[in-house]
Ligand binder design. Structure first.
Ligand code: AQP
Length: 328
C-alpha cells in the first residue's frame, strides 16, 4: 500500500488537461492505496482571485473530483484551507528554500512575466507550499501532469535537505505520470499547455463545456496543411495533440489511431475526436450536476478535513520537535 496525494487549484473552470493529466488517474489509484486529494485554494490565491468566484469554484472542484470517479469512502477529499497544517508547514518549508532555486521555476517565470512590477510573493513561494501539502501525508506518489515535474523535483530536494539537517522526518515522494494526456496542449497554440487561466477560451476544452462547444473548438483546432493523421510532436504539434487526446479518451495507441485514419484527412478525424471527448465527459457532467448543490458534498468535505487533519498533525508535530519549535 502506498500513500498518494494530489491537489488541483480552484482557479478557474477545469480543463480536459486537468482531467487527463491528473483527475482521471486519481480514481485509478484509490483501490489498495491511502489517498488524499485536495482542493488547493491557498495555492489559488498566489494570484488575485474574486472571493465569490473562489468560494463557488472550491465547491465545484470538489464536486468534479467525485464526478470523475473519486469515491469519498475510499479516498480522503478535503479543502486545503480547512487543514491549518498546510499553511503552517508551508511557512517552515519556505524557510528551508533558497530564493535562487525558487526563481528558476518555469511556472514562476511564466506567471511572473505577465505581472509587470507587481509580482505577488506567493507566486515565488508556491513550491514550498506544494512541498508542504505533499510531505504532510508522508506521500509516496503524486499523480500530476508532466508540467509539475520541476515542482516535484524541488519538493524532493526540500524533503532531503530537511531530513539531512533535522533527522528523518519526511518520506521522499515520487511523481506518478500516466501515459497519454500528461500534457494536453492548447488547441490554438499547440506548443503551449492547455490551461484553465488562458484568456482564449477557444483554445481550451472545459470539463463542463456543452457538446456543441466541444465540437466547435475541436473543429477549429489548429493543425497543419498536410491533412495526414500522423504523430509528430515537433513538426505537427496540433494534430499530435489531437491524437494524444483521442488515444487517451479511447485507450488506443498512437499507432492504432494512425492506422485507423490513414488516408482519411483531418475533417473526419476531428469529428471522431469530438465525439469521443463528448462521450467521455458526459457522465462526469451528469454526476456533477446532481452533486454540486447537494448538502452531502459538505458532509464529505467536513469528514475529509477531519481525517486529513489527523494525519497532517502527526507529521507537523514531528517537524516542530525536530526543529526545536516546541516549548514543552
Ligand atoms: N494541459 C495539461 N495537461 C496535462 N495535465 C495538466 N494539468 C494542468 N494542465 C494540464 C495538471 O492538472 C493538475 C492541476 O493543476 P493546477 O490546478 O495545480 O494548476 P496548473 O497545473 O497550473 O493548471 P492550469 O490549468 O494551468 O491552471 P492555472 O491556469 O490556474 O495555472 C496538475 O496535476 C497539473 O499537472
Amino acid at each position: 500500500m502506498s500513500i498518494i496525494f494530489s491537489g488541483i487549484q480552484p482557479s478557474g473552470n477545469l480543463t480536459l488537461g486537468n482531467y487527463l493529466g491528473a483527475l482521471r488517474n486519481f480514481s485509478k489509484m484509490q483501490d489498495g492505496n491511502e489517498c488524499y486529494y485536495c482542493v488547493v485554494n491557498q495555492h489559488a490565491i498566489t494570484v488575485p482571485q474574486d472571493p465569490k468566484l473562489l468560494h463557488e469554484r472550491t465547491r465545484a472542484l470538489a464536486a468534479i473530483y467525485i464526478a470523475s470517479g473519486l469515491d469519498p469512502e475510499k479516498s480522503t477529499l478535503f479543502v486545503q484551507s480547512e487543514v491549518p497544517e498546510h499553511a503552517l508547514l508551508g511557512w517552515i518549508m519556505m524557510t528551508q528554500s533558497y530564493v535562487g532555486e525558487l526563481e528558476r521555476m518555469t511556472q514562476y517565470k511564466d506567471k511572473a512575466s505577465k505581472r509587470g512590477d507587481s509580482i505577488p510573493a506567493g507566486l515565488l513561494v508556491y513550491p514550498p507550499l506544494m512541498a508542504a501539502d505533499i510531505l504532510l501525508y508522508q506521500t509516496n506518489y503524486v499523480p500530476v501532469g508532466d508540467d509539475q515535474k520541476q515542482h516535484m523535483e524541488i519538493t524532493r530536494d526540500l524533503a532531503q535537505r530537511f531530513n539531512r539537517l533535522y533527522g528523518e522526518v519526511f518520506t521522499i515522494p515520487d511523481i506518478y505520470l500516466g501515459h497519454d494526456g500528461t500534457r494536453v496542449m492548447s488547441l490554438q497554440e499547440p506548443t503551449k499547455k492547455m490551461s484553465k487561466s488562458d484568456d482564449n477560451t477557444t483554445a481550451t476544452i472545459y470539463l463542463l463545456d456543452e457538446p456543441k462547444a466541444i465540437e466547435k473548438k475541436i473543429k477549429r483546432a489548429q493543425t497543419d496543411s498536410e491533412n495526414s493523421v500522423h504523430y509528430d510532436r515537433e513538426n505537427k504539434p496540433g494534430i499530435s495533440n489531437l491524437i494524444e487526446i483521442f488515444s487517451a479518451v479511447t485507450d488506443r495507441t498512437h499507432e492504432e489511431v494512425e492506422t485507423a485514419y490513414a488516408g482519411k484527412g483531418y475533417g473526419a478525424f476531428k469529428k471522431d475526436v469530438a465525439e469521443a471527448v463528448i462521450a467521455a465527459l458526459e457522465p462526469i457532467q451528469a454526476r456533477y450536476a446532481q452533486l454540486v448543490n447537494d448538502p452531502e458534498l459538505d458532509e464529505i468535505l467536513d469528514k475529509g478535513a477531519a481525517k486529513a487533519h489527523a494525519k497532517a498533525s502527526e507529521t507537523y508535530e514531528k517537524v516542530v520537535r525536530a526543529m526545536g519549535l516546541n516549548r514543552k
